[in-house]
Design a protein around this ligand. Structure first.
Ligand code: 5GP
Length: 341
Protein backbone atom coordinates (compact mmCIF):
# COMPACT_ATOMS: atom_id res chain seq x y z
CA UNK A 1 0.00 0.00 0.00
CA UNK A 2 2.89 2.30 0.77
CA UNK A 3 4.10 2.17 -2.82
CA UNK A 4 0.59 2.79 -4.19
CA UNK A 5 0.24 5.77 -1.84
CA UNK A 6 3.58 7.25 -2.82
CA UNK A 7 3.23 7.13 -6.59
CA UNK A 8 1.51 9.99 -8.44
CA UNK A 9 -1.95 9.08 -9.64
CA UNK A 10 -4.77 10.22 -11.91
CA UNK A 11 -8.41 9.94 -10.75
CA UNK A 12 -10.93 9.99 -13.59
CA UNK A 13 -14.14 8.68 -12.06
CA UNK A 14 -15.15 10.42 -8.83
CA UNK A 15 -18.71 11.56 -8.12
CA UNK A 16 -18.56 14.63 -5.93
CA UNK A 17 -21.29 13.70 -3.46
CA UNK A 18 -20.17 10.08 -3.27
CA UNK A 19 -16.58 11.13 -2.54
CA UNK A 20 -17.51 13.04 0.61
CA UNK A 21 -15.45 11.89 3.59
CA UNK A 22 -16.76 11.01 7.02
CA UNK A 23 -15.21 14.17 8.51
CA UNK A 24 -17.01 16.36 6.00
CA UNK A 25 -20.34 14.57 6.43
CA UNK A 26 -20.00 14.92 10.18
CA UNK A 27 -19.12 18.61 9.95
CA UNK A 28 -22.07 19.37 7.65
CA UNK A 29 -24.61 17.13 9.39
CA UNK A 30 -23.81 18.62 12.80
CA UNK A 31 -24.77 22.03 11.42
CA UNK A 32 -27.96 20.73 9.87
CA UNK A 33 -29.24 17.69 11.72
CA UNK A 34 -26.95 15.30 13.65
CA UNK A 35 -29.35 12.41 12.98
CA UNK A 36 -28.28 12.54 9.33
CA UNK A 37 -24.71 11.74 10.36
CA UNK A 38 -25.87 8.74 12.39
CA UNK A 39 -27.94 7.49 9.44
CA UNK A 40 -24.98 7.92 7.10
CA UNK A 41 -22.66 6.14 9.53
CA UNK A 42 -25.00 3.18 9.74
CA UNK A 43 -25.40 2.97 5.98
CA UNK A 44 -21.75 3.07 4.95
CA UNK A 45 -20.15 0.84 7.57
CA UNK A 46 -17.72 -1.28 5.58
CA UNK A 47 -19.45 -4.32 4.15
CA UNK A 48 -22.91 -3.09 5.05
CA UNK A 49 -23.64 -1.01 1.99
CA UNK A 50 -24.86 -4.07 0.10
CA UNK A 51 -26.58 -3.87 -3.24
CA UNK A 52 -26.59 -1.09 -5.80
CA UNK A 53 -30.13 -0.15 -4.63
CA UNK A 54 -28.82 0.60 -1.12
CA UNK A 55 -26.08 2.75 -2.61
CA UNK A 56 -28.65 4.92 -4.33
CA UNK A 57 -30.46 5.32 -0.99
CA UNK A 58 -27.21 6.61 0.51
CA UNK A 59 -26.98 9.27 -2.22
CA UNK A 60 -30.46 10.47 -1.25
CA UNK A 61 -29.24 10.85 2.32
CA UNK A 62 -26.11 12.73 1.28
CA UNK A 63 -28.17 15.01 -0.96
CA UNK A 64 -30.23 16.05 2.09
CA UNK A 65 -27.00 17.30 3.64
CA UNK A 66 -25.63 18.89 0.47
CA UNK A 67 -28.68 20.98 -0.36
CA UNK A 68 -26.99 24.37 -0.22
CA UNK A 69 -24.09 26.01 -2.04
CA UNK A 70 -22.02 26.42 1.13
CA UNK A 71 -22.12 22.65 1.65
CA UNK A 72 -21.27 22.00 -2.02
CA UNK A 73 -18.27 24.32 -1.73
CA UNK A 74 -17.10 22.57 1.47
CA UNK A 75 -17.50 19.11 -0.05
CA UNK A 76 -15.59 20.05 -3.21
CA UNK A 77 -12.85 21.82 -1.26
CA UNK A 78 -12.40 18.92 1.18
CA UNK A 79 -12.59 16.23 -1.53
CA UNK A 80 -9.86 17.95 -3.58
CA UNK A 81 -7.61 18.18 -0.50
CA UNK A 82 -8.23 14.51 0.32
CA UNK A 83 -7.36 13.34 -3.19
CA UNK A 84 -4.28 15.56 -3.12
CA UNK A 85 -3.19 14.03 0.19
CA UNK A 86 -3.42 10.64 -1.55
CA UNK A 87 -0.96 11.87 -4.20
CA UNK A 88 -3.55 12.36 -6.90
CA UNK A 89 -2.01 14.90 -9.28
CA UNK A 90 -4.91 15.14 -11.72
CA UNK A 91 -8.55 14.80 -10.72
CA UNK A 92 -11.72 14.81 -12.79
CA UNK A 93 -14.70 15.35 -10.54
CA UNK A 94 -18.20 14.82 -11.83
CA UNK A 95 -21.41 16.07 -10.32
CA UNK A 96 -25.10 16.40 -11.17
CA UNK A 97 -26.14 20.07 -10.94
CA UNK A 98 -29.05 20.33 -8.48
CA UNK A 99 -31.25 23.15 -7.34
CA UNK A 100 -32.90 23.57 -3.94
CA UNK A 101 -35.12 26.65 -4.20
CA UNK A 102 -35.94 26.70 -0.48
CA UNK A 103 -32.20 26.89 0.26
CA UNK A 104 -31.54 29.47 -2.44
CA UNK A 105 -29.47 27.00 -4.46
CA UNK A 106 -29.73 27.07 -8.25
CA UNK A 107 -27.93 24.84 -10.75
CA UNK A 108 -25.76 27.83 -11.58
CA UNK A 109 -24.79 28.53 -7.96
CA UNK A 110 -24.17 24.76 -7.54
CA UNK A 111 -21.68 24.72 -10.42
CA UNK A 112 -20.09 27.98 -9.36
CA UNK A 113 -19.57 26.68 -5.80
CA UNK A 114 -17.58 23.72 -7.19
CA UNK A 115 -15.59 25.98 -9.53
CA UNK A 116 -14.82 28.34 -6.64
CA UNK A 117 -13.50 25.43 -4.56
CA UNK A 118 -11.33 24.32 -7.50
CA UNK A 119 -10.03 27.86 -7.93
CA UNK A 120 -9.31 28.29 -4.21
CA UNK A 121 -7.34 25.02 -4.11
CA UNK A 122 -5.41 26.25 -7.15
CA UNK A 123 -4.66 29.56 -5.41
CA UNK A 124 -3.35 27.61 -2.40
CA UNK A 125 -0.89 26.04 -4.87
CA UNK A 126 -2.12 22.56 -4.10
CA UNK A 127 -0.21 20.23 -6.40
CA UNK A 128 -3.26 18.90 -8.25
CA UNK A 129 -5.02 19.83 -11.50
CA UNK A 130 -8.79 19.56 -11.16
CA UNK A 131 -11.36 19.39 -13.96
CA UNK A 132 -15.13 19.02 -13.82
CA UNK A 133 -17.72 17.02 -15.74
CA UNK A 134 -21.40 17.89 -15.39
CA UNK A 135 -23.52 14.80 -14.94
CA UNK A 136 -26.81 13.94 -16.56
CA UNK A 137 -28.91 11.55 -14.50
CA UNK A 138 -30.35 8.82 -16.71
CA UNK A 139 -33.78 9.58 -15.25
CA UNK A 140 -33.59 13.11 -16.65
CA UNK A 141 -35.84 13.98 -19.52
CA UNK A 142 -34.47 15.48 -22.71
CA UNK A 143 -35.00 19.09 -21.63
CA UNK A 144 -33.10 18.67 -18.34
CA UNK A 145 -30.33 16.80 -20.13
CA UNK A 146 -30.12 19.58 -22.71
CA UNK A 147 -29.96 22.18 -19.95
CA UNK A 148 -26.97 20.31 -18.46
CA UNK A 149 -25.21 20.23 -21.83
CA UNK A 150 -25.87 23.96 -22.29
CA UNK A 151 -24.43 24.61 -18.82
CA UNK A 152 -21.41 22.45 -19.56
CA UNK A 153 -20.71 24.32 -22.79
CA UNK A 154 -21.22 27.71 -21.15
CA UNK A 155 -19.04 26.92 -18.14
CA UNK A 156 -16.34 25.28 -20.19
CA UNK A 157 -15.84 28.75 -21.70
CA UNK A 158 -16.42 30.76 -18.53
CA UNK A 159 -14.13 28.54 -16.44
CA UNK A 160 -11.27 28.70 -18.94
CA UNK A 161 -11.41 24.97 -19.59
CA UNK A 162 -12.06 23.62 -16.08
CA UNK A 163 -15.37 22.13 -17.21
CA UNK A 164 -14.36 19.55 -19.80
CA UNK A 165 -17.36 17.39 -20.49
CA UNK A 166 -20.49 15.52 -19.60
CA UNK A 167 -21.11 12.34 -17.65
CA UNK A 168 -24.14 10.06 -17.82
CA UNK A 169 -24.87 8.32 -14.52
CA UNK A 170 -27.69 7.56 -12.09
CA UNK A 171 -29.40 4.37 -11.02
CA UNK A 172 -28.85 1.87 -13.87
CA UNK A 173 -32.01 -0.03 -13.01
CA UNK A 174 -34.16 3.02 -13.70
CA UNK A 175 -35.04 4.61 -17.05
CA UNK A 176 -33.68 4.02 -20.53
CA UNK A 177 -30.58 5.96 -21.50
CA UNK A 178 -31.41 5.58 -25.20
CA UNK A 179 -33.86 8.49 -24.93
CA UNK A 180 -30.88 10.75 -24.19
CA UNK A 181 -28.87 9.83 -27.29
CA UNK A 182 -29.70 13.01 -29.28
CA UNK A 183 -28.55 15.27 -26.43
CA UNK A 184 -25.35 13.29 -25.88
CA UNK A 185 -24.55 13.37 -29.59
CA UNK A 186 -25.13 17.11 -29.56
CA UNK A 187 -22.76 17.48 -26.57
CA UNK A 188 -20.09 15.67 -28.55
CA UNK A 189 -20.65 17.94 -31.57
CA UNK A 190 -20.17 20.94 -29.29
CA UNK A 191 -16.72 19.68 -28.37
CA UNK A 192 -17.58 18.35 -24.91
CA UNK A 193 -16.03 15.06 -23.81
CA UNK A 194 -18.35 12.19 -22.96
CA UNK A 195 -17.91 9.71 -20.10
CA UNK A 196 -20.90 7.38 -20.01
CA UNK A 197 -21.82 4.84 -17.34
CA UNK A 198 -22.59 1.80 -19.47
CA UNK A 199 -23.45 -1.85 -18.82
CA UNK A 200 -23.24 -1.60 -15.04
CA UNK A 201 -26.00 -4.19 -15.08
CA UNK A 202 -26.85 -6.41 -18.08
CA UNK A 203 -28.49 -4.24 -20.77
CA UNK A 204 -27.32 -5.37 -24.20
CA UNK A 205 -29.75 -3.41 -26.39
CA UNK A 206 -29.33 -0.17 -24.50
CA UNK A 207 -25.54 -0.47 -24.40
CA UNK A 208 -25.36 -1.29 -28.12
CA UNK A 209 -27.27 1.89 -28.93
CA UNK A 210 -25.20 4.04 -26.54
CA UNK A 211 -21.93 2.72 -27.95
CA UNK A 212 -22.90 4.07 -31.36
CA UNK A 213 -22.15 7.53 -29.93
CA UNK A 214 -18.55 6.31 -29.40
CA UNK A 215 -18.11 7.86 -25.96
CA UNK A 216 -14.65 9.09 -24.97
CA UNK A 217 -14.67 6.80 -21.94
CA UNK A 218 -16.96 4.18 -20.40
CA UNK A 219 -17.75 4.08 -16.69
CA UNK A 220 -17.65 0.53 -15.26
CA UNK A 221 -18.63 -1.54 -18.34
CA UNK A 222 -19.20 -4.41 -15.93
CA UNK A 223 -21.59 -6.35 -18.15
CA UNK A 224 -20.10 -5.90 -21.62
CA UNK A 225 -18.69 -9.40 -21.90
CA UNK A 226 -21.04 -12.28 -22.85
CA UNK A 227 -20.09 -14.13 -19.62
CA UNK A 228 -21.38 -11.16 -17.62
CA UNK A 229 -24.65 -10.77 -19.50
CA UNK A 230 -23.28 -8.73 -22.40
CA UNK A 231 -22.51 -9.80 -25.95
CA UNK A 232 -19.58 -10.40 -28.27
CA UNK A 233 -20.83 -7.47 -30.35
CA UNK A 234 -20.37 -5.09 -27.40
CA UNK A 235 -16.87 -6.41 -26.73
CA UNK A 236 -15.94 -6.06 -30.40
CA UNK A 237 -17.18 -2.46 -30.57
CA UNK A 238 -15.25 -1.43 -27.46
CA UNK A 239 -12.09 -3.08 -28.75
CA UNK A 240 -12.48 -1.75 -32.28
CA UNK A 241 -12.76 1.85 -31.06
CA UNK A 242 -10.41 1.31 -28.11
CA UNK A 243 -12.83 3.09 -25.79
CA UNK A 244 -11.09 3.38 -22.40
CA UNK A 245 -12.74 1.97 -19.29
CA UNK A 246 -12.95 3.58 -15.86
CA UNK A 247 -12.78 0.67 -13.43
CA UNK A 248 -13.81 0.85 -9.78
CA UNK A 249 -13.21 -2.49 -8.04
CA UNK A 250 -14.42 -1.79 -4.50
CA UNK A 251 -17.54 -0.09 -5.83
CA UNK A 252 -18.44 -3.09 -8.00
CA UNK A 253 -17.75 -5.52 -5.16
CA UNK A 254 -19.80 -3.53 -2.67
CA UNK A 255 -22.70 -3.08 -5.07
CA UNK A 256 -22.47 -6.80 -5.83
CA UNK A 257 -22.37 -6.26 -9.58
CA UNK A 258 -19.23 -8.42 -9.57
CA UNK A 259 -19.41 -11.64 -7.52
CA UNK A 260 -15.80 -11.80 -6.34
CA UNK A 261 -12.82 -9.55 -6.85
CA UNK A 262 -10.97 -12.35 -8.67
CA UNK A 263 -13.72 -12.23 -11.30
CA UNK A 264 -13.46 -8.50 -11.82
CA UNK A 265 -13.49 -7.55 -15.51
CA UNK A 266 -10.24 -5.56 -15.07
CA UNK A 267 -8.32 -8.74 -15.88
CA UNK A 268 -10.13 -9.40 -19.16
CA UNK A 269 -9.71 -5.89 -20.54
CA UNK A 270 -6.18 -5.45 -19.22
CA UNK A 271 -5.13 -8.66 -20.97
CA UNK A 272 -6.74 -7.37 -24.17
CA UNK A 273 -4.56 -4.27 -23.92
CA UNK A 274 -7.55 -1.91 -23.65
CA UNK A 275 -6.69 1.37 -21.88
CA UNK A 276 -8.08 1.17 -18.34
CA UNK A 277 -8.05 3.73 -15.53
CA UNK A 278 -8.31 2.58 -11.91
CA UNK A 279 -10.77 4.83 -10.06
CA UNK A 280 -12.66 5.15 -6.78
CA UNK A 281 -16.20 6.04 -7.97
CA UNK A 282 -17.44 7.15 -4.53
CA UNK A 283 -14.58 7.02 -2.05
CA UNK A 284 -16.77 8.17 0.87
CA UNK A 285 -19.60 5.73 0.31
CA UNK A 286 -17.25 2.80 -0.35
CA UNK A 287 -14.68 3.73 2.33
CA UNK A 288 -11.77 3.58 -0.06
CA UNK A 289 -9.01 5.68 -1.60
CA UNK A 290 -7.30 5.60 -4.99
CA UNK A 291 -4.16 4.09 -3.40
CA UNK A 292 -6.25 1.29 -1.91
CA UNK A 293 -7.83 0.63 -5.32
CA UNK A 294 -4.39 0.34 -6.95
CA UNK A 295 -3.28 -1.94 -4.15
CA UNK A 296 -6.36 -4.14 -4.56
CA UNK A 297 -5.72 -4.49 -8.30
CA UNK A 298 -2.06 -5.35 -7.68
CA UNK A 299 -2.79 -7.95 -5.01
CA UNK A 300 -5.71 -9.55 -6.82
CA UNK A 301 -4.07 -9.86 -10.22
CA UNK A 302 -0.42 -10.19 -9.20
CA UNK A 303 0.77 -6.94 -10.79
CA UNK A 304 4.35 -5.84 -10.18
CA UNK A 305 5.41 -2.36 -9.09
CA UNK A 306 6.36 -1.71 -12.67
CA UNK A 307 2.89 -2.77 -13.89
CA UNK A 308 1.22 -0.49 -11.34
CA UNK A 309 3.44 2.41 -12.29
CA UNK A 310 2.64 1.88 -15.97
CA UNK A 311 -1.08 1.67 -15.24
CA UNK A 312 -0.90 5.00 -13.46
CA UNK A 313 1.33 6.61 -16.12
CA UNK A 314 -0.85 5.40 -19.00
CA UNK A 315 -3.95 6.88 -17.36
CA UNK A 316 -2.53 10.29 -18.29
CA UNK A 317 -3.39 9.49 -21.92
CA UNK A 318 -7.05 9.15 -20.92
CA UNK A 319 -7.61 12.51 -19.26
CA UNK A 320 -9.95 15.04 -20.86
CA UNK A 321 -7.57 18.00 -20.50
CA UNK A 322 -5.46 19.34 -23.33
CA UNK A 323 -2.09 18.00 -24.47
CA UNK A 324 -0.08 20.58 -22.49
CA UNK A 325 -1.55 19.27 -19.22
CA UNK A 326 -0.70 15.72 -20.27
CA UNK A 327 2.89 16.76 -20.98
CA UNK A 328 3.20 18.41 -17.56
CA UNK A 329 1.87 15.32 -15.85
CA UNK A 330 4.22 13.04 -17.79
CA UNK A 331 7.22 15.07 -16.71
CA UNK A 332 5.98 14.99 -13.11
CA UNK A 333 5.76 11.18 -13.26
CA UNK A 334 9.16 10.91 -14.97
CA UNK A 335 10.83 13.13 -12.39
CA UNK A 336 10.03 10.67 -9.57
CA UNK A 337 10.17 7.41 -11.51
CA UNK A 338 13.81 6.55 -10.88
CA UNK A 339 13.56 6.57 -7.13
CA UNK A 340 10.10 5.00 -6.90
CA UNK A 341 10.89 1.98 -9.06
P1 5GP B 1 -23.38 13.88 -7.39
O1 5GP B 1 -23.68 13.83 -8.85
O2 5GP B 1 -24.58 14.24 -6.58
O3 5GP B 1 -22.19 14.71 -7.05
O4 5GP B 1 -22.92 12.41 -6.95
C1 5GP B 1 -23.83 11.39 -6.63
C2 5GP B 1 -24.56 10.88 -7.87
O5 5GP B 1 -23.63 10.24 -8.75
C3 5GP B 1 -25.60 9.81 -7.59
O6 5GP B 1 -26.84 10.36 -7.24
C4 5GP B 1 -25.66 9.05 -8.92
O7 5GP B 1 -26.48 9.72 -9.84
C5 5GP B 1 -24.24 9.14 -9.41
N1 5GP B 1 -23.47 7.93 -9.07
C6 5GP B 1 -22.57 7.77 -8.08
N2 5GP B 1 -22.07 6.52 -8.09
C7 5GP B 1 -22.62 5.89 -9.13
C8 5GP B 1 -22.47 4.57 -9.67
O8 5GP B 1 -21.72 3.72 -9.20
N3 5GP B 1 -23.23 4.29 -10.77
C9 5GP B 1 -24.07 5.21 -11.33
N4 5GP B 1 -24.75 4.85 -12.41
N5 5GP B 1 -24.23 6.45 -10.85
C10 5GP B 1 -23.52 6.78 -9.76
Amino acid sequence: LDFCKRIPKVELHAHLNGSISEETIKKLAMKKNPELYKDWRMSVDKGKVGTIDNVFQIFKLIHQISDNTEAIYTIAYDVIHEFSADNVKYLELRSTPRDAPSMGMTKISYIEAILKAIEDCHKEKLDIVVKLLLAIDRRNDLSIAKETVDLAERYSKLSGGTVVGVDLSGDPSVGDARTLVPVLRDAKCRGLKLALHLAEVPAVDETEEMLKIIPDRIGHGTCLHPDAGGSQGLVDTVLQHRIPLELCLTSNMTCETVSHVDNHHFKYWYDQGLPCAICTDDKGVFSTSLSEEYCLVAETFGLTRNDIWTLSYNSIDLIFAEEAVKQDLRSKWNSVKSYEL
